[in-house]
Design a protein around this ligand. Structure first.
Ligand code: NAD
Length: 487
């Protein structure tokens, strides 16, 4: 007989896509749910239904200051807790997340819009991040050497202090877990700023962490928008900051927080190229391109958005078109995050068409019965010119732009010319071609016959160029140790 070990103060009852209103989303400061000090709130919408799930606390500097004060007060006790004991919290978090997997997955689906299966995959990926955090004591022993008679040098790992994380709308549960396990196991305390579009995943994580034994004040959540982020960048008691979101904001946050003297790493947007050559395997390539382009409605920083077709790969394009048309909107692919994003995505499609590209599959104006939310169907645009906005800008929707070239070198030159550099992949059955391309791509994460080349722990996640600002890894900068000490 299974026994529930944790009862949420905010249970979410939905077990289907039916509209299910939820609670108002408070901040979480020093282990307490609190509204913004000003009392301000903003609506949070379920994108499938364009209806209000609840309202989120809209915080300001005073709320950030209260959260930082709580994190600072909790630091000495947490820092002095042995690492092996801190790691126990992650073991318990993992089992609590597994126990509540279904509920947490439905919550992700309702706040973000992605399908239940995609949401479950996200939560499970978060569980893997917790597992990695739990393993840190095994790899963070430090070093020591007797350097002279009676004198030894020791390298120890020290927490940096109060850290902050700012996260995007597209992975409300997983992206916070890119930062929290490592930061907390390493002895830091934390202030998290979720996306105002999807604040609930972070609230539930804060509650779960506490149920798993994390002392009050070690993890705090402050909701809101730009004002909260700027306060986190400027606050003198925050020592490190991790950001994940668009390139425009990543750059701003990187500059502002660095200027304030913090350790900073900011992951930004992407425009990922999948290069397909004539010897590519038909079924694998078409399946993978389609899954990469339309999974999570294309709202992933690892989504394929440009297929660079080298030479005659018409059979693969035909299969991609066939599979894109077969996608059941609402079941296989969820909605777009909001009305403004639908308008932006549709504008890119229309502009590409007006410039002479052919829209082979057209997702504009899509509707889903019984779901009056924000929809764009899978879209394939062929003959996009390499310099066109649809081939260069991050559209962040279910749109695949096909750029046709004659040679592999032309394809690589197009990938290299992108200011982004998150991911790139080559589809080929030739090992030599795979090596040639991956050695020349200007992207941090490269795949061979893989559409979403996400490194798994313990390998780090992160792009190059305008897809990342700062040094170190997202899993480590807001978390890892400070300077090594000799004593
Ligand atoms: P966003 O940049 O609009 O928002 C991210 C965070 O920044 C949110 O918490 C938001 O409240 C805050 N913010 C927004 N505008 C701000 C401003 N002017 N000043 C300070 N803070 C501000 O991103 P989004 O729309 O939530 O997420 C989608 C973007 O995130 C895409 O570009 C996607 O590629 C990127 N992303 C990147 C990765 C990665 O690993 N590189 C992962 C996930 C998402």
């Amino acid at each position: 007989m299974s026994k529930k070990t944790y009862q949420s103060a905010f249970p979410f009852s939905a077990r289907s896509y039916d509209m299910t209103p939820y609670v108002d989303c408070p901040n979480w400061i020093n282990g307490e749910a609190r509204g913004a000090q000003s009392g301000a709130q903003e609506p949070v919408l379920n994108p499938r239904h364009a209806a209000e799930l609840g309202r989120v606390a809209w915080s300001g500097y005073a709320d950030v200051d209260a959260a930082v004060a709580a994190a600072r007060a909790a630091l000495p006790g947490w820092r002095d807790t042995p690492m092996k004991e801190r790691a126990q919290v992650l073991y318990r978090l993992k089992s609590l997340m597994e126990e509540h997997l279904e509920e947490l997955s439905w919550l992700v689906s309702h706040e973000n819009g992605k399908t239940f299966e995609e949401s479950k995959a996200e939560v499970l990926k978060g569980v893997e991040c917790a597992e990695y955090g739990a393993s840190l004591p095994n790899i963070a022993q430090g070093e020591q050497l007797d350097v002279s008679r009676g004198i030894n040098c020791e390298v120890t790992h020290e927490p940096v202090g109060v850290c902050a994380g700012v996260v995007p709308f597209n992975f409300p549960t997983m992206v916070p877990l890119w930062m929290l396990p490592q930061a907390l196991v390493a002895g830091n305390t934390f202030v998290l700023k979720p996306s105002e579009q999807v604040p609930y995943g972070a609230l539930r994580l804060a509650e779960l962490f506490e149920a798993a034994g994390l002392p009050k004040g070690v993890l705090n959540v402050v909701n809101g928008g730009r004002e909260v982020v700027e306060a986190l960048c400027d606050h003198p008691d925050i020592k490190a900051l991790g950001f994940v979101g668009s390139t425009k904001v990543a750059r701003l946050v990187y500059e502002r927080a660095s200027k304030a003297g913090k350790k900073v790493v900011c992951l930004g947007g992407a425009k990922n190229h999948l290069v397909v050559v004539p010897d590519a395997e038909l079924a694998l390539t078409a399946d993978t391109v389609v899954a990469s382009s339309y999974g999570c409605a294309g709202q992933r920083c690892m989504a394929a958005s440009v297929m660079v077709a080298v030479g005659d790969v018409q059979r693969i394009i035909d299969r991609v078109v066939e599979k894109a048309k077969a996608i059941r909107l609402g079941q296989d692919v969820g909605p777009i995050t909001n009305a403004a994003s639908v308008a932006r995505i549709e504008r890119y499609i229309s502009e590409a068409e007006a410039a002479g590209a052919r829209v082979l599959v057209d997702g504009r104006g899509a509707k889903v019965a019984g779901a009056g939310g924000y929809w764009v169907g899978p879209t394939v645009i062929d003959g996009v010119s390499p310099g066109a906005p649809a081939a260069c800008d991050e559209i962040f929707g279910p749109v695949l732009s096909i750029v046709r070239v004659k040679t592999l070198d032309e394809a690589i030159a197009i990938e290299n010319a992108s200011p982004y550099g998150n991911a790139a992949a080559i589809f080929t059955t030739s090992g030599a071609v795979a090596r040639y391309a991956t050695e020349r791509f200007s992207a941090g994460m490269c795949g061979v016959n893989i559409g979403v080349p996400v490194p798994r722990e313990p390998f780090a996640f992160g792009g190059w160029n305008d897809s990342k600002f700062g040094h170190g890894d997202i899993t480590m900068t807001a978390s890892a140790s400070g300077p090594a000490r000799a004593r």
